[in-house]
Write a protein that binds this ligand. Structure first.
Ligand code: ATR
Length: 286
């Protein structure tokens, strides 16, 4: 879209239902300002019934958007309705980042990139372990399994209360991935080098099981994709047992960067000021 000065101004969205609690506008707004770019990034609520029409309005240009982010509950539909989903989102069956080229909606999923880039920054060498344990087999664990597998970790145990959900993911992501019941947790953690929580355990007032991290390799890294609170009950347990931990906030920040570059043409950086802006926002809504 051109403004009155005939410069190219891009407009991006984040859509979900509900969407008002999304922190993405804070992140992209910070980068637009920091890089001195014109354009906008706004939360745009779209109901599930209205989502097909929203995608149609992207294709025919009526929306005025260059692209945007998609979050719960639209990630699967965004993938299904896009014209050019990439290989990552095709394997996941879900997309979180869209952009329009020549009237076609392109789609990718940057959650896995966010996960890996956060660990690259905070725990370099994390991907050199032989065995990883992923707790949880919900929607959020899929991109994590894909990312860990794509970095070449040979054995990935997906441990879940409902083991059938873990089995579905083992089938989807191939022979490196093994489904395990909760009862096998201690056994599969023994000697492992990476532990990732993708569940909401402890977030809703439910009791968190006591986990013995000391069976893992002493150089192990423990991370959580939940970032509210920053120190989740599982990270607190691991830290108390002497393990290096990485919180999930960096995953949120890093997953945003590829979309920003697509829509606004510049690769943003993730700095401490941005991290603090999100931490302050979390505190103000606590
Ligand atoms: P998300 O898309 O955020 O991953 P989800 O699909 O509802 O959300 O998945 C939540 C994950 O947390 C699941 O792995 C769930 O286990 P089940 O598949 O057995 O439901 C796990 N989870 C949530 N509460 C749990 C609890 N109290 N004990 C063990 N696992 C729990």
């Amino acid at each position: 879209m051109r403004d009155s000065r005939e410069t190219f101004v891009n407009h991006a969205f984040v859509t979900g239902y509900p969407i008002k609690h999304s922190r993405s506008p804070l992140i992209h707004g910070y980068w637009l300002k920091q890089l001195g770019l014109p354009g906008s990034y706004k939360a745009h609520a779209v109901s599930p019934e209205g989502f097909p029409d929203f995608i149609a309005s992207l294709k025919n240009g009526q929306s005025g958007f260059t692209g945007g982010n998609v979050t719960i509950p639209h990630k699967e539909l965004a993938f299904a309705l896009s014209d050019r989903p990439d290989a990552l989102s095709t394997e996941l069956g879900a997309s979180n980042t869209l952009w329009i080229e020549d009237g076609l909606v392109h789609a990718t999923n940057t959650d896995g990139h966010g996960f890996s880039a956060n660990l690259d920054e905070r725990a370099p060498g994390w991907d050199q372990c032989q065995t990883a344990v992923i707790l949880g087999a919900g929607g959020a664990s899929r991109a994590v399994i894909q990312a860990v597998r794509d970095r070449g970790v040979k054995t990935i145990h997906v441990v879940n209360r409902t083991v059938d959900r873990a089995r579905e993911l083992a089938d989807r992501f191939g022979p490196a991935v093994h489904a395990q019941p909760m009862a096998a947790l201690a056994e599969v953690m023994t000697g492992a080098g990476l532990f990732i929580n993708t569940t909401s355990l402890g977030m809703d007032g439910t009791e968190v099981p006591q986990i013995d991290f000391t069976v893992m390799a002493s150089s192990s890294i423990v991370t959580d994709i939940v970032y509210v609170p920053l120190k989740t009950p599982i990270l607190a347990q691991a830290e108390a047992q002497g393990f290096a931990t990485v919180d999930g906030l960096g995953m949120l920040l890093h997953q945003a960067a590829p979309g920003f570059e697509k829509w606004f043409g510049k690769r943003p950086t993730i700095d401490e000021t941005l991290r603090q802006i999100i931490i302050d926002d979390m505190a103000s809504h606590a």
